[in-house]
Design a protein around this ligand. Structure first.
Ligand SMILES: [Zn+2]
Ligand SMILES: [Zn+2]
Length: 164
């Protein structure tokens, strides 16, 4: 059998994909052994897969940030409603607090994480209720840098994806 591209040369191998006979020169061009046509098709497929993966990663990055915003909004709306009800149903009066409550979920997550190193008596009985109030207030302030970190992470990821 002779080479598909060079009729005067003896074939030494075949394309791994389409099985075309290839001479020494043609067979040595690509690893694994592929004809030019299959190699090009392969590159096109790889490039398309890479472009798709990049698109997916950008969508994931947006989704992650939207998720963070929703978490904050849920904290703002939920806690405003809760404290409005506890305070006699006047939700509008404490509505400005909603801005602070927006940051609570971010700070709350960090404080929950460090609870494992806190003394056990804090997690029990009446002290625990006191601790929850302190945790809520701390969450509001700690949540601000935590949320800023989310924004920075979001922008950093988008810039990095755009460069890739
Ligand atoms: Zn081929
Ligand atoms: Zn050849």
């Amino acid at each position: 059998m002779n080479c598909y591209h060079h009729e005067d040369r003896v074939a030494v191998g075949t394309c791994q994909v389409c099985g075309k006979a290839l001479c020494k020169e043609c067979a040595g061009k690509h690893t694994p052994c592929l004809c030019d046509e299959c190699f090009d098709a392969c590159q096109t497929t790889l490039a398309a897969a890479k472009a798709q993966a990049k698109k997916d990663a950008i969508i994931d990055t947006h989704a992650e940030f939207v998720g963070a915003l929703l978490k904050g909004l849920l904290g703002a709306v939920g806690l405003t409603a809760l404290f409005g009800l506890l305070g006699g149903g006047n939700i509008m009066r404490i509505a400005p607090m909603g801005i602070g409550f927006f940051f609570v979920p971010f700070g709350w997550a960090v404080l929950t994480y460090i609870e494992q190193w806190l003394p056990a008596f804090l997690m029990d009985g009446i002290v625990f209720l006191f601790y929850l109030v302190v945790k809520l207030m701390l969450s509001m302030f700690l949540g601000i840098p935590c949320f800023l970190y989310q924004i920075i992470k979001y922008i950093y990821k988008l810039v990095k994806r755009a460069k890739d």
